[in-house]
Design a binder for this molecule. Structure first.
Ligand code: 5CA
Ligand code: ZN
Length: 409
């Protein structure tokens, strides 16, 4: 699949900082030490509805990771998937009497437009589940051959006991895992499974549903977790730097993905850090396609909201916090954007080097975007109250905000 165009990232004076970020698996801050090429996998959308602000907030967090890395002059291998075949997509298409492929293509196209408008840097590899199927089948066959997978009435399951590290990503106890598994696409109640938590790797063809050639597995379609594992191993290999997504992916998705990969390769770990963004809510509940309490990026854009203001709304919250979208959040961002634009529109102003330092330091410190905004706010307030004589300072601030926060002033 093609991704979307990249916006320019201006180079900044001085030196970028190494990223320290919260890792779900260890529960603490880790210093990411990626070497010359940083490798990141971020789980992509299931394209059965438009991009809402919760999605945008999560992709914003990982866009900041890229910007911190680019500032340290690193190259990046960024991989993102599109879950373009899964139950929710088929259910929505059936509900609306629409072809599921058309629905997936339309919503993926809209996602690309939203990401472009928000100046999110694109992945180098943007891969759909359907196009990954030829790579998924041999992995599932290998898991069967090694005894890490088993067949139940034609469906293939992964045995969580096959990975001695199972449970280390989320750190949850069995009861909590069971509850989340039932909530998030698993089937812990299905009779005949070796362990109720075992997730499906390959689903045998169902009447009236799309199916693909699965070699010795028979016709069917892939499970959710193996999709991301196959794509990540293909383009990044084991031990990549960051596996990212919203906090609702820590279990089961990232837990199961790590175990699939570790059982397949005998290597550990799948990813060096598991990074999770908080959930954005609306009216007291997590924004979700299944609940329907959504504010879409595309709707705001159509209403004439500046994408830079949408982005500033996201940046005003720490990526790990759960927060609520309200009209006031957007109003505050529009006002901030106005103040910043006025402040950088003059040819000179207060010295800007401390702003560059403070924004760099804030983002390197577990992506503390609110602290970064506060640094720019202080400079803009000084510009408004006393001004300054540093020629070109507004340009430096403008480039800093562009390069590190993805906001064009
Ligand atoms: N296709 C899978 C991942 S392989 C999937 O979870 N798709 S999704 O469309 O449901 O979500 C895409 C990303 O947005 C995931 O990282 C998910 O954790 C995140 N996300 C979904 N809802 C919210 C929300 N309300 N707030 C923040 N992030 C969210
Ligand atoms: Zn995923």
């Amino acid at each position: 699949m093609h991704a979307w165009p990249a916006s320019d990232v201006p180079a900044l004076p001085g030196k970028g900082r190494d990223l320290r970020i919260h890792d779900t698996a260890t529960g603490g801050r880790v210093t990411v030490d990626p070497g010359p090429v940083a490798r990141i996998y971020v789980c992509g959308i299931t394209p059965y509805d438009a991009t809402h602000l919760g999605h945008a907030a999560t992709y914003n967090a990982f866009d900041l990771v890229q910007r911190v890395w680019l500032d340290t002059k690193r190259q990046i291998q960024y991989v993102q998937n599109v879950t373009d075949i899964d139950d929710p997509l088929l259910e929505r298409a059936a509900r609306d009497g629409e072809d599921w492929t058309g629905l997936a293509e339309r919503e993926t196209a809209l996602f690309r437009e939203d990401m472009t408008a928000l100046r999110m840097l694109p992945p180098q590899h943007y891969i759909g589940a359907v196009e990954a199927i030829p790579g998924i089948v041999p992995l599932v066959e290998r898991l069967c051959d090694s005894g890490a997978a088993y067949v139940l009435e034609g469906d293939v399951y992964f045995s969580v006991e096959a990975d001695p590290h199972f449970g280390e990503v989320s750190g949850l106890d069995t009861e909590a895992m069971r509850l989340l598994s039932a909530e998030r696409g698993g089937d812990p109640e299905r009779p005949g499974k070796k362990n109720p938590l075992d997730p499906m790797l390959w689903m045998a063809a169902r009447e009236g549903e799309p199916a693909w050639d699965g070699g010795s597995l028979g016709r069917g379609r892939p499970g959710w977790h193996i999709e991301c594992v196959a794509i990540a191993l293909d383009h990044l290999g084991m031990g990549f730097d960051i596996q990212g997504g919203g906090s609702d992916l820590a279990f089961p998705h990232h837990e199961m993905g790590a175990s699939h990969a570790q059982a397949l390769t005998g290597e550990y770990p799948f990813a060096k850090a598991y990074v999770h963004a908080g959930m954005v809510g609306l009216d007291g509940a997590k924004m979700s396609k299944s609940k329907g309490n959504l504010v879409f990026v595309s709707t705001l854009r159509r209403e004439g909201v500046d994408p830079a203001a949408i982005r500033l709304s996201l940046l005003a919250h720490h990526y790990r916090a759960d927060w609520e979208w309200t009209d006031q959040v957007l109003e505050a961002a529009v006002a901030r954007l106005g103040r910043w634009r006025a402040a950088v529109s003059r040819p000179d102003g207060p010295a800007a080097s401390s702003v560059v330092d403070e924004v760099r330091e804030a983002l390197a410190d577990d992506l503390d975007a609110p602290a970064a905004l506060a640094a720019v706010d202080r400079w803009a307030a000084l510009q408004e109250s006393t001004g300054g004589t540093d020629e070109g300072a507004p340009g430096v601030v403008s480039r800093t905000v562009d390069a590190l926060l993805g906001v064009a002033l």
